[in-house]
Design a protein around this ligand. Structure first.
Ligand SMILES: Cc1cc2nc3c(=O)[nH]c(=O)nc-3n(C[C@H](O)[C@H](O)[C@H](O)COP(=O)(O)OP(=O)(O)OC[C@H]3O[C@@H](n4cnc5c(N)ncnc54)[C@H](O)[C@@H]3O)c2cc1C
Length: 475
């Protein structure tokens, strides 16, 4: 007889493993199907985020920032260093140790919450008396039954047509997080979040990096003033060579590396590099899921169709995370995981996609929540803007890092905060205050009247709120 569960989650990335834990916390008998194997061939939980995404990229970002800071940032503090070298093997080893600690941590959480880990590939095969039937293949194949199924199969890197990714010379995020040496010349196709983050890592470690971007504008999703400031810092100060509005032609792997033919402003150009990172977006994982076998609706781009509560067209089948609409961000998937577990348990739950924070972990970091100034203009929403720079904040001066500003946008009539945009080394931490404020539908006046610790970077958010009412105190 088939093993039966209240909930079977397919995929153990941040959306799936968090959904499974919440379901188990609510007393539901839960299993999670996961097919991932780590480079040693061992089954691993955690999905893209823990294995080849958020966690390893941030480990390398930190290592590369420490290196660059040692080389260029210490002198201003009166600290002289010499003979600074990088051991890439050790750096990658540190990253792998962090990944292993995190993925093993999920195994512990699964044991603690009595979640059954079904190792292998999961796919729908039908519906029986006990609910949905999911076949798990890999080791000894078995079919399990579930009253509710949560699809959390995530996404994978989109590749360029006709350009095979070998993860050695031409890489996506997987290979780019595991280089064994610093490539002298690195090409990056795509100036999105992942391309900029990974390009920055290897630039800091010594690569000459050229980024080729199809769009004519830079960081189109960000507020224009932030994108402009980021462009200035990345290109002028840091020497990142970003070429916009290019059309990629033939990509040829040679004995020496890769040659990328491209067009820019009608001119034929070539980029010769030792390694190429392809970061042109991600596509949802629905291959081999058996969607057709049960009539699960998938749209033309491969995303599973869901409503606001992540319900699919099938009764008691939910889909969450990167495999559905909305930003491809780990924390968005996690909250959807919590929501669907609570819905399955009969509770009320929702996720507010309007207050999802976005972060780009470049140096300085870029973070925002809510709408950009250009979106408010396009929607004819009356607003007031307040902006304050880090360059006159005492804590930022102490850090020796005064890049960027906080910009707050609030409705002209109600003063409700509509968007907060931050560019600064600690933007990922600072944005949390803005998310809380917006979730509580705060006014800029609320932030302006809240006491912020001195000296702290959060004072810049305070001053930006004051600046909405044209009463910034320190400028
Ligand atoms: C380099 C990089 C850096 C990133 N940095 C950040 C960041 O800093 N912050 C952030 O918020 N987001 C970041 N992201 C995005 C983030 O990783 C994703 O949004 C997140 O992992 C999505 O979670 P998920 O659970 O939906 O899917 P995934 O993490 O992709 O997990 C899906 C899991 O499902 C498994 N699976 C798929 N199909 C099946 C099947 N049929 N049977 C069994 N198992 C299956 C896969 O093996 C995988 O383990 C980054 C991504 C990359 C690539």
């Amino acid at each position: 007889m088939a093993r039966a569960f209240d909930v079977v989650v397919i995929g153990s990335g941040p959306a799936g493993y968090i959904g499974a834990i919440r379901a188990a916390q609510l007393g539901l008998k839960t299993a999670c199907v996961e097919e991932w194997a780590n480079p040693a061939g061992e089954p691993a939980l955690g999905g893209t985020c823990l294995n080849v995404g958020c966690i390893p990229s941030k480990a390398l970002l930190e290592s590369s920032e420490q290196y660059e800071h040692t080389l260029t940032g210490l002198a201003g503090h009166g600290i002289a260093v010499s003979g600074v070298t990088v051991d890439i093997g050790k750096m990658i080893g540190r990253k792998e140790a962090i990944v292993s600690k995190m993925t093993k941590g999920i195994e512990t959480l699964f044991r603690k919450n009595k979640i059954t880990w079904l190792k292998g590939h999961g796919r729908f095969v039908g519906r029986g008396a006990g609910g949905w039937q999911v076949e798990v293949s890999g080791g000894a194949a078995e079919v399990v039954e579930a009253k509710a199924v949560v699809v959390a199969t995530g996404s994978k890197a989109r590749h360029l047509p006709g350009v095979p990714v070998d993860q050695k010379v031409v890489c996506d995020n997987v290979g780019a997080l595991a280089f064994t040496e610093v490539p002298a010349r690195l090409g990056v196709v795509g100036a999105g979040v992942i391309g900029l983050e990974l390009g920055s890592v290897w630039r800091r470690l010594g690569s000459k990096v050229v980024v080729l971007e199809a769009l004519p504008g830079f960081l189109a999703a960000a507020d224009e003033s932030v994108a402009k400031e980021a462009w200035r810092i990345f290109t002028k100060e840091q020497g990142l060579d970003i070429r916009l509005g290019v059309t990629i032609g033939k990509v040829e792997v040679t004995k020496k590396g890769v040659v990328v033919a491209y067009q820019q402003d009608g001119r034929d150009e070539r980029l010769e590099c030792d390694r190429l990172i392809v970061s042109v977006g991600r596509i949802p994982n629905t291959d081999g899921l058996g969607a057709d076998a049960v009539g699960l609706k998938v749209d033309a781009r491969g995303f599973i169709e869901v409503d606001d509560q992540c319900r699919t067209n099938l009764a008691n089948v939910f889909a969450i995370g990167d495999v559905v609409r909305g930003p491809m961000l780990a924390h968005k998937g996690e909250e959807e995981g919590v929501m669907v577990a609570e819905l399955i348990a009969g509770q009320k739950a929702h996720v507010n996609l309007d207050t999802i924070p976005w972060v780009i972990y470049t140096s300085p970091e870029i973070a925002w929540v809510g709408r950009t100034e250009q979106q408010l203009k396009a929607a004819d929403v009356p607003y007031r803007a307040g902006q304050f720079p880090f360059s006159i904040n005492g804590r930022a001066l102490g850090h020796g890092d005064t890049h960027g500003f906080v910009k707050m946008l609030a409705h002209s009539h109600t003063d409700e905060i509509l968007g907060v945009h931050i560019i600064n080394t600690h933007a990922s931490e600072l944005i949390a205050e803005a998310v809380v404020a917006m979730e509580f539908r705060a006014a800029s006046e609320d932030i302006a009247r809240i006491v912020h610790a001195h000296p702290s970077l959060s004072e810049v958010t305070h001053e930006a709120a004051l600046a909405v009412g044209k009463r910034a105190l320190n400028m």
